[in-house]
Design a protein around this ligand. Structure first.
Ligand SMILES: O=P(O)(O)OC[C@H]1O[C@](O)(COP(=O)(O)O)[C@@H](O)[C@@H]1O
Ligand SMILES: [Mg+2]
Ligand SMILES: [Mg+2]
Length: 321
């Protein structure tokens, strides 16, 4: 069976260079460390919340902070990393002055689920950036994107621009390649949305969900985007976190640089689609590090239906003018 190491070695010199191999090795090592910390967190007193609030105004959990430190350490061990950007850090952190790659991450996604022992994850993206100004680029500029899912198994899902590969952590702490070319099926009767926010949905989303229910679709909502994404990779469906129509200025719930963009790259690489309405996520030009965006992704045919509903609204609005 192929290990993560042999997978990287086979691509060193072609799609990856020595520097990117080191970056990926260190990120994988960080996810192994986070996985270990999660496994025994209740025994180690790493539960509950801290009194610290991050730049998003969210209370940090001890494991948010620890995972962030572990990911930052992984960046420091990688000589080619210039900057680190994290959900848990106010601004970008300079790592190596002569570095050329920025690592952008959500160290622990779905952390509200930690104390209930539900799958959480780490999301990451690697871009070329020698100056801080290089960080704000659209998701098409991502060289690498991936996530680790910490559930009954620890999985690492990765794209280096050649499809999507899934690795599973074995008992010896080695990531083994368990799916060499993951694809998202184009159609599936399952959607993920926080239905409690129904009154904040726009018409296109409300119409799609109503139609899906009428057509016998099932609903799942883990509350960890990584876990919902992992389900979509394995059996299809769509994930929706639309903007709140009553608070359009907020942009949405999820963050573009370290949530929407890496997942968007993975989803497209697996044959799925990722949009915010009539625009694809990967084409958004970011304006700030912690920018929030609406997010809709998953099985292509389903996402295309939602995109068509948005398109109709735009055409309808233009016709009414
Ligand atoms: O609280 P809600 O509305 O269910 O939102 C859940 C969403 O928020 C997130 O937990 C945000 O991520 P963080 O835990 O990294 O802040 C997503 O993983 C998830 O899909
Ligand atoms: Mg998150
Ligand atoms: Mg997080």
């Amino acid at each position: 069976m192929t290990t993560f190491e042999t997978y990287l070695d086979a691509r060193n010199g072609t799609v990856l260079d020595d520097d990117l191999v080191v970056v990926l090795r260190n990120i994988a090592e960080a996810t192994r460390q986070i996985s270990d910390k999660l496994r025994t967190s209740s025994l180690d007193g790493l539960t509950g919340s801290t009194e610290v609030t991050n730049v998003q105004g969210e209370t940090q959990k001890p494991l948010d902070i620890l995972s962030n430190d572990i990911m930052l350490e992984a960046c420091r061990r990688s000589a080619s990393v210039s900057f680190a950007v994290s959900e848990e850090l106010d601004t970008e952190v300079a790592i190596h002055a002569d570095g050329k790659y920025a690592v952008i991450f959500d160290p622990l996604d779905g952390s509200s689920n930690l104390d209930v022992n539900v799958t959480v994850g780490t999301i990451f993206s690697v871009i070329r950036a020698t100056t801080a100004d290089d960080i704000l680029k659209s998701g098409r500029g991502q060289l690498i994107a991936g996530y680790a899912a910490y559930g009954p198994q620890t999985g690492l899902v990765l794209t280096i621009g050649q499809g999507v590969q899934m690795f599973t952590l074995n008992d010896e702490g080695v990531y083994m390649l368990t799916n060499a070319d993951a694809k998202i099926v184009p159609e599936a009767k399952e959607f993920a949305i926080n239905a409690a926010r129904r009154s904040s949905w726009d018409d296109a989303v409300a119409a799609y969900i109503e139609d899906a229910i009428d057509n016998g679709h099932n609903m799942r909502w883990v509350g960890s985007m990584v876990a919902d994404t992992h389900r979509i990779f394995n059996r299809g469906g769509v994930f929706l976190y639309p903007a709140d129509r009553n608070k359009p200025a907020s942009g949405g719930r999820l963050r573009l640089l370290y949530e929407a963009n890496p997942i968007g790259l993975l989803v497209e690489a697996a044959g799925g689609a990722a949009i915010i309405g009539t625009t694809t996520i990967l084409d958004i030009e970011p304006t700030s590090l912690h920018q929030r965006v609406p997010v809709i992704f998953g099985s292509k045919t389903e996402v295309d239906k939602i995109s068509a509903a948005y398109q109709e609204r735009v055409l309808g609005a233009a016709a009414a003018e």
